[in-house]
Ligand binder design. Structure first.
Ligand code: AMP
Ligand code: ZN
Length: 454
């Protein structure tokens, strides 16, 4: 095998490190997936797109990659939403899971290799909790089981803070049964109308964190390569996963590389369900913005930086993709192979997933009319998946044939006016088009394309 040398920023060491897999023939990655109580918003989508890029790069470079992304289908938010919708919990979780898959497919995300459900692993959770109690890392009290944070000396390593600092800076669940304010729940009792499973501590349900320790071990083993998730999961979720796994398996160091994506922001605040400042992917698709445009916006900022969702970002992404597809059309590029992936594109991806540099390369390939290089770069990051003709048709499908003909005619007249240097006439026609919300793009080869603004 040639030199691979991916560099990734590892939250655990706070360093950009060369990625060395435990087994170069089989790379393993676990990413925290959705809690299925509502359709994914754009922030959730950013996280999925980021790990999809990493999965694509790893799959390109290594013979085998196992990518596990869980489905959290037991959670108090699910119980509340089911009650509110007057829907059964199982109906809600399976409905939302299907919608999640649909929305993520619209953004060209691959499915992970394995997508385990928390509720299919309750028995393994009970077993892990019992072994934590047996090792004196957890204690049972009144139907609850808590993890004893003081029993794990490395607690706080991922966040780089002391336990006291962590607690002071976050909302930690208060409970009269806890021995220490930092302790977190592994198991809790369920009321008769809540989902519950029999356990040595009575009928109950797991706390959230234990599922990821169990499912990562089940499918990837006690040591694996990469663990990912949004920056909000660093504490407490990932800190707690490490504590549970390292205490249940003292010979384990759990995940070697911890990757966290930055937040998608709205007006300076994290987009989140609880703040109510979110747009679902479905809402945005419903506005006529294609999935590929959403993906391009999400990719236009380096994955670790926070980024804003705004109209300008959407319009820039739309223009960029229009241009790329136009070049593919003009150069008659329908296919490409691995040999067309430019070295600089791979190098950018290997440098901690520098996708903005890949997009800059794509603009240069477009300018130079290098269709195959453009398409190959696009495919590496899950863009340019359509045929150019289909791209331009879907863009205009909401317009009647008659209107299309009229617009084509106006665009042609404007072109002639420009050719004869009749600038007032060209401006007059552009104003008519602008009033119709039609945007014309003039390309370096002398042709023009147009699209209706949404
Ligand atoms: P949830 O369904 O809330 O557990 O979130 C699923 C994934 O989306 C987690 O990895 C979160 O960290 C991530 N996520 C949630 N909100 C945002 C956001 N505004 N920006 C980026 N990632 C987010
Ligand atoms: Zn998790």
């Amino acid at each position: 095998m040639g030199k691979i040398m991916i560099e990734l920023y590892n939250t655990l060491t706070r360093l950009t490190e060369v990625f060395v897999p435990l087994d170069p023939n089989h790379v393993t990655m676990y990413v925290c997936g959705p809690t299925v109580y509502d359709r994914p918003h754009l922030g959730n989508a950013r996280s999925v797109v980021v790990y999809d890029i990493l999965y694509r790069l790893l799959s390109h470079l290594y013979p085998k990659v196992t990518y596990v992304r869980n489905i959290t289908d037991v959670d108090d938010k699910i119980n509340q939403a089911a009650k509110q919708n007057q829907e059964s919990i199982r109906d809600l979780t399976s409905r939302i899971e299907t919608l999640f898959h649909q929305d993520m497919a619209e953004l060209n995300n691959h499915l992970p290799t394995i997508e385990p459900h928390a509720t299919d692993h309750i028995q393994q959770m009970v077993t892990m909790i019992q072994s934590l109690i047996d090792n004196n890392h957890a204690y049972a009290a009144h139907g609850h089981v808590y993890f004893s944070v003081k029993s794990f000396s490395s607690y706080g390593q991922l966040s780089g803070r002391s336990v006291d600092e962590l607690i002071a800076g976050s909302r930690v669940e208060v409970s009269e049964f806890k021995k220490d304010a930092a302790d977190f729940v592994l198991w809790k009792p369920s009321a008769s109308d809540e989902p519950g499973w029999d356990s040595p501590w009575g009928r109950g349900r797991p706390g959230w964190h234990i599922e990821c320790s169990v499912m990562s071990t089940e499918y990837l083993g006690i040591n694996f390569d990469i663990h990912g998730g949004g920056a909000d999961l660093q504490f407490p979720h990932h800190e707690n996963e490490i504590a549970q796994s390292c205490c249940a398996y003292p010979e384990s160091h759990f995940a070697h590389y911890w990757i966290h994506n930055g937040f998608l922001m709205v007006g300076g605040e994290k987009m989140s369900k609880s703040l109510g400042n979110f747009y679902t992917v479905h809402d945005i698709l419903g506005q006529g913005i294609p999935g590929e445009v959403i993906r391009m916006v999400l990719l236009s900022t380096h994955y670790r930086k926070p980024m804003d969702w705004n109209e300008k970002a959407v319009s820039d992404a739309q223009k960029g993709l229009d241009r790329f597809y136009h070049v593919l059309q003009q150069t008659n590029t329908v296919d490409c192979g691995d040999e067309d992936i430019a070295e600089e594109v791979l190098e950018a991806l290997k440098a901690d997933l520098n996708v903005p540099v890949v997009i800059a390369c794509m603009h240069r390939f477009a300018k130079e009319g290098e269709g195959k290089k453009l398409l190959a770069a696009g495919r590496m990051i899950g863009l340019l998946q359509k045929k150019p003709a289909d791209w331009f048709i879907t863009q205009q499908s909401s317009i009647s044939d008659q209107e299309k003909n009229e617009i084509d005619h106006l665009v042609q007249q404007r072109k002639e006016a420009k050719q004869t240097k009749n600038w007032p006439e060209a401006d007059r026609i552009r104003n008519i088009l602008t009033a119709k919300k039609i945007e014309v793009q003039d390309h370096p080869d002398g042709t023009s394309s147009w699209r209706k603004m949404v």
